[in-house]
Design a protein around this ligand. Structure first.
Ligand SMILES: CC(C)(COP(=O)(O)OP(=O)(O)OC[C@H]1O[C@@H](n2cnc3c(N)ncnc32)[C@H](O)[C@@H]1OP(=O)(O)O)[C@@H](O)C(=O)NCCC(=O)NCCS
Length: 332
């Protein structure tokens, strides 16, 4: 639910929209707003969105537009674009941007969107961090606008609803590092056995995911991510860097699901997609390990993994007490 007062955007907001966009662009060197030459639709933006089957919103404070966002269906209707997302510099850090985005996403979902996409200038680094926090990942190549600002744009996207698992390429993996770090920190904090001990710093968690992105780029690891209703809430990796005499083997690592999203099928969906990815890489034998007594063990048994045995005291828990590690394998 939106905590800020948003209302439909109107054509008569043109002056406010132009002032807001102009101020946001002015924060980045080289970004020049040429309304009549390049974005004449800003003079009647509500009509522009309505004519495309989309919608526009504005946030106002003391009669001044301080935020805006629009959304419109793309050609196939299954994907909707989030556009014109701007928040005044003085209205940042209060959740307004998240409210605006959620309002546009909810509208697109209600209209049947299965995928949400957006384009953002490669210079707008603060915006990238915001979209990444909201579960968007980089997708595809950079778009060159050939405009007077010499704009290059990243495409970001995410599944809009339902439970969806996707493999991330190197660019997408890099854009997911911070969100995945937050998930890893949360899982380690509640005592998960993921080769780290609490308190795990965010920097250390980000460093781990950076290594993973590099391994994805090198082709030695597969990174799968799960979204539930547009929220990135889980991950698993498949390590392909096995010994020369094990070309048919792969290891499952870092299966983790947001503590707030457990028992909703994400773990199972991630494991099944990991097995599919293993088959795709001609890996017929999988291995993994987990702490004895963990919820993960129940999941692995339910998914047909064989318990090989346990090594007593192979790891320590959050209280630094030794505990057993159980090893599993599965033939595909
Ligand atoms: C293990 C983990 C990934 C499971 O994720 P999840 O999304 O909750 O799992 P699912 O909802 O897909 O559960 C699938 C099945 O696994 C079993 N399972 C999962 N959690 C369980 C629990 N806490 N107790 C008993 N069985 C459980 C059940 O058979 C479940 O099926 P059901 O819900 O129909 O009964 C999650 O608990 C987690 O992230 N734990 C912390 C990280 C961790 O330990 N990772 C493993 C490292 S090896």
């Amino acid at each position: 639910m939106s905590v800020h007062d948003l209302r439909p955007g109107r054509d008569t907001d043109a002056e406010g929209f132009i002032a807001l966009i102009g101020a946001c662009w002015a924060e980045y060197p080289g970004c020049v707003l040429d309304i009549d030459g390049e974005v004449p639709e800003l003079r009647a933006l509500a009509t522009y969105f309505r004519d495309q089957g989309g919608m526009l919103w504005a946030a106002e404070r003391d009669g001044r537009v301080i935020g805006m966002v629009g959304t419109r269906p793309l050609k196939d209707d299954a994907a909707w674009e989030i556009c014109r997302m701007y928040v005044d510099g003085a209205a940042r850090g209060i959740g307004l941007a998240a409210d605006l985005l959620r309002t546009a996403e909810d509208h697109a979902c209600a209209a049947g969107a299965e995928r949400l996409v957006l384009w953002t200038d490669t210079r707008f680094t603060r915006a990238h961090g915001f979209y990444e926090k909201q579960g968007y990942v980089r997708q595809g190549s950079i778009r060159i606008l050939d405009d007077i600002s010499n704009s290059l744009e990243f495409r970001y996207a995410k599944p809009a609803r339902g439970l969806v698992v996707e493999a991330l390429d190197a660019a997408a993996a890099a854009s997911a590092e911070r969100r995945l770090a937050d998930l890893l920190v949360a899982c380690v904090a509640e005592g998960a056995s993921l080769e780290f001990l609490p308190p795990l710093s965010r920097d250390r968690a980000i460093a781990f995911w950076k290594q993973t992105s590099a391994a994805v780029a090198a082709g030695s690891r597969v990174l799968l991510v799960a979204w539930r209703d547009g929220v990135m809430a889980g991950s698993v990796t498949l390590d392909l860097a096995t010994a020369q005499n094990q070309p048919h083997v792969a290891a499952i690592q870092k299966l983790l699901v947001d503590p707030g999203a457990r028992r909703a099928g994400l773990g199972r969906a991630l494991m099944r997609r990991a097995e599919q990815a293993a088959r795709g890489h001609a890996r017929r034998l999988l291995s993994l390990d987990t702490r004895a007594g963990s919820a993960a063990g129940a999941l692995y048994r339910a998914e047909g993994w064989h318990e090989l045995g346990r090594i007593p005291g192979f790891e320590v828990d959050a209280a630094r007490e030794p505990c057993d590690t159980v090893f599993f394998w599965k033939s595909l």
